[in-house]
Design a protein around this ligand. Structure first.
Ligand SMILES: N[C@@H](CCC(=O)N[C@@H](CS)C(=O)NCC(=O)O)C(=O)O
Length: 223
């Protein structure tokens, strides 16, 4: 791990189940940057969090040399530009644009699938499946979205690793199977067992309970 120089300490404000905070953790791991982690209670946000992210008041926030950077995808780019070693962004401008596109589009429809029922849920499943068919194509000939190594797009859509299995268990829909999406399936296996990710994923049972509760609340609201 790179030693933080005096006055250059890196601090990450996160929350254990936040997929956005995990993006930042993975990027810092790739760059081998030592950082201090502050766990936020989002029902009682700290004054520091509110001070650092006065607009959205959300985690993650990365503080470097006393300056705060917010929004996970912006933080990833900041990390890439600040620490050049082990690059995560594609060098080719078109590939970089595509990675940025899929970083936000990769999970399209998944949330709707998770918090709906009946016809709406079936439509959401169809749109998620259509989307994953396109995402699957991005992986052709590659182990990771970043090629031989984990990159920005892997990190950005990395929440699929642990969110999809939980959504599948709760909704009883099979979303990413080896038969339907062999490349995405293999990517999930490779990525979750990689040094960068393993030991960082939220505890499955605790996460399952959390998601189950979230879904129950949404369903109560619409019924
Ligand atoms: N677009 C933001 C989303 C961050 C986000 O939604 N964070 C959640 C935790 S997963 C949060 O802090 N929620 C607190 C709130 O909404 O009050 C990012 O990419 O960083």
């Amino acid at each position: 791990m790179e030693e933080a120089k005096k006055g250059e300490e890196v601090t990450l404000f996160g929350m254990w189940s936040s997929p956005y905070a995990l993006r930042v953790i993975w990027a810092l791991n790739i760059k081998k940057i030592r950082y201090k982690y502050v766990e936020e209670d989002l029902s009682n946000k700290s004054d520091l969090l509110l001070e650092h992210n006065p607009v959205y008041k959300k985690v993650p926030v990365l503080v470097y040399k006393g300056k705060a950077v917010t929004e996970s995808l912006i933080i990833l780019e900041f990390i890439e530009e600040t620490w050049k070693e082990n690059p995560i962004m594609p060098q080719d401008p078109y590939q970089r644009a595509m990675a940025r596109f899929w970083a936000t589009a990769g999970g399209n429809g998944l949330w709707c699938l998770f918090i709906s029922e009946g016809k709406e849920q079936e439509e959401a499943l169809k749109s998620v499946t259509d989307n994953f068919e396109l995402l699957e194509k991005v992986l052709i000939g590659k182990k990771y979205f970043g090629g031989d190594r984990i990159g920005y797009l892997d990190i950005s859509v990395g929440f699929l690793l642990y969110v999809v299995p939980i959504y599948e268990e709760i909704t009883k829909f099979k979303i990413i199977t080896m038969r339907k999406f062999p490349l995405l399936h293999a990517w999930m296996e490779a990525f979750s067992s990689s040094e960068i990710v393993k030991d960082t994923l939220p505890p499955r049972e605790k996460l399952f309970d959390r998601y189950q509760k979230i879904r129950d609340v949404f369903l109560q609201e619409i019924n």
